[in-house]
Design a protein. Sequence first.
Length: 105
Amino acid sequence: MATLQLDMFTTLALPAHDHAETYIGTCKVCKATQKRTADTLTYSGHLHYGKCSNNCSYKGFRVEIDFRKIQGTYNPRIKCGFKCQTATGPVCECSCNGANHGGKA
C-alpha cells in the first residue's frame, strides 16, 4: 500500500490501484481523446493525470490531462460500435464491457 507523508507526524495510507485498469481523458488544447493504463499515469490521491501525447503546451508548460477510469458494464443487447469506440467519457454500457471504449478516439 502506498503512503503519503502529510507532515512530520501524519502519514496517510493511499488505496492501492490496479495497473491494468484503463483510463480516458481529453486534452483541453488539441481536443484529442487519449486512452491509457494506470501504470503510464501519475497517481495523486484520487486523481490520475498525464501529459498530452501530442506534446501540447500552454503558456510554455506541457498540458496535463485528468484521466478518468473507464467504467464498463456488459450489456449483450447493445452491440459495440462507433459511438462506444469514439467516446470521450468514461462510461461504457455495451457488449465490449469497456474493452473498445474510446479506442478510436
